[in-house]
Ligand binder design. Sequence first.
Ligand code: S3P
Length: 171
Amino acid sequence: IRRSLGTNSLVLIGLMGAGKSAVGRRLAASLNLPFTDADGEIEEAAGQTIGEIFAEHGEAYFRTGERKVIARLLENGPQVLATGGGAYMDPETQAAIKEHGISIWLKANLRVLMKRVGRRDNRPLLQVDNPETVMKKLMAERNPVYARADITVESRDVPHEIMVANIVDAL
Ligand code: S3P
């Protein structure tokens, strides 16, 4: 797999809680590729957490930064790149991923997503009274777009190693 990638990256997309970072980190280790987390790079570039960026500058500002950072990171392939849940909704980012990588949608159901995001409250979009309603709305809006990915892998409540094996099988 590594050799056939050339300078392309394996780009994980999908909703918050789909396991992009956790699975991506292990996928990278098993393929002996570097792992990059786009949200982490955005935080580093901004010197602020995602929560602080949203609170101080708003979502539109975050999205502009996200687009720039991902475009820059895609120049560093081959690697496994985990993107934030909204990144693939941006047409420019989608085109850049198509050009420089293989997109992999980690598709999870509502129960799995809510269970996983419940573990940390670092997601501004879910800092609301009823995060499940927001998640349902995001699933309805985004799943048809994520479905354009090159590869779709069901993200179930299984050990990360199994997810890695499923992704490698699908590649
Ligand atoms: C977002 C997902 C987050 C982060 C930001 C917005 C989204 O990343 O980029 O809070 O719009 O779905 P994760 O998917 O890694 O949680």
